[in-house]
Design a protein around this ligand. Structure first.
Ligand code: BG6
Length: 284
C-alpha cells in the first residue's frame, strides 16, 4: 500500500544543499544543487543502487566521485576544456520538485554565466530532470541554445552503479559493438555476449542501440538510453584506484560506471533549438 504523498525536502548533504525525493511507493533519490548531481537512488522496497565513494569530496568547484555526474560540454580530455567539462562543478538552480501519486521528480537548470563563458564562450541552458517511480529512475538532460550561433557539445550521464562484487557482475547487450578501448588505446569490437570486469576497463562503445542488463547473482538492473547513443563502461581497477584520493583502494570492487553519452558525434545545436537525451534504470 502506498503511503501519503510527502513533498521533496531540502536537505543538507555533506554540507551542501540537496533535495530528497520520496515517491509514495517508497522510491527515494537525493540530488544536489552542486552539479545537479544525483548521489542516491533507492527503488521502492529496495536498497541503494548508485555507488557513492565514501571518500568523495563535497566542495565548491570540485567533482563528486560517485552518483551521476553530468558531463558537459566535453567528455574526458576530448577537447580543450577541463576533464569532463564544467557542468558537474557548478551550482545549478532548482526549478521545481514535487511528488505526485505515483512518482517524485526534480528539475534543475544551469545557464551560461561569466564563469562558464570564461571557459566556453557560448550561451546555453542545460536542464536535468530526474523522476523516480517504483523500480525506475529516469534521468533526462536537455540543452537549449538561446543564442544566435550554433553550439556543439558532448554530454554524458556518468552513472556509477553499485555492485556487491564487480567480478561477479556481468553486463549484457554490447555483443558486436564497436568500441574504443582507452586502456589499450585501440579500436576494438566486442566479441563476448557478456562483459565481466576483471581488469582496468575504460571503453566507449559507439552507437549502442540495445538495452543493457547488469546481472548480479542476487539481482539485475536494466539500463536503457534514448538519444545518448554511446555507452561508456569504466572501472579503474587496482592501480588507478590507488591514485584517486577521493576513492578507497578497494572501491573498484563495488562499482561499475555505465554511462549514457554522446561522444563520437557531438551534438550540433542550431541557434534557438534544443536537444535532449535520457538514461533509464530499472531495478529487477
Ligand atoms: O576522474 P574523472 O574525471 O571523474 O573521470 C573518471 C573516468 O570517467 C570515465 O568516463 C572515463 O572514461 C575515464 O577515462 C575517467 O578516468
Amino acid at each position: 500500500m502506498s503511503s501519503p504523498v510527502s513533498q521533496p525536502q531540502r536537505i543538507d548533504f555533506h554540507g551542501m544543499p540537496a533535495i530528497h525525493l520520496r515517491a509514495p511507493d517508497g522510491a527515494e533519490a537525493i540530488v544536489m544543487e552542486h552539479g545537479a548531481h544525483i548521489v542516491s537512488w533507492k527503488p521502492a522496497g529496495g536498497v541503494e543502487r548508485l555507488y557513492l565513494s565514501p571518500d568523495a569530496v563535497f566542495s565548491e568547484g570540485k567533482a563528486i566521485r560517485g552518483g551521476v555526474p553530468v558531463i558537459f560540454p566535453q567528455f574526458g580530455d576530448r577537447g580543450p576544456l577541463q576533464g569532463h567539462g564544467f557542468a558537474r562543478n557548478q551550482v545549478w538552480e532548482v526549478v521545481a520538485s514535487r511528488a505526485g501519486e505515483d512518482h517524485a521528480m526534480a528539475h534543475l537548470c544551469l545557464r551560461d554565466s561569466d564563469a562558464s563563458r570564461a571557459l566556453w564562450p557560448h550561451q546555453f541552458l542545460l536542464e536535468l530532470t530526474l523522476s523516480i517511480s517504483g523500480a525506475r529512475l529516469d534521468i533526462e538532460l536537455e540543452c537549449s541554445n538561446p543564442g544566435s550561433e550554433p553550439i556543439s557539445f558532448m554530454a554524458a550521464l556518468h552513472t556509477y552503479l553499485a555492485v556487491r562484487e564487480v567480478e561477479q557482475a556481468s553486463l549484457q547487450g554490447l555483443h558486436g559493438q564497436r568500441y574504443y578501448d582507452a586502456v589499450k588505446k585501440k579500436d576494438m569490437r566486442e566479441t563476448g555476449t557478456e562483459l565481466v570486469i576483471e581488469e582496468e576497463t575504460d571503453r566507449v562503445y559507439f552507437d549502442t542501440r540495445n538495452p543493457l542488463l547488469l546481472k548480479e547473482p542476487h539481482r539485475a538492473l536494466a539500463i536503457q538510453s534514448e538519444r545518448l547513443p554511446d555507452t561508456v563502461v569504466w572501472n579503474p581497477w587496482v592501480e588507478r584506484s590507488i591514485k584517486f584520493s577521493d576513492f578507497p583502494d578497494k572501491g573498484f570492487r563495488h562499482m561499475l560506471c555505465v554511462e549514457a553519452a554522446t561522444i563520437e558525434h557531438p551534438v550540433q545545436l542550431a541557434a534557438q533549438h534544443s536537444w535532449w537525451g535520457r538514461q533509464t534504470l530499472m531495478a529487477l
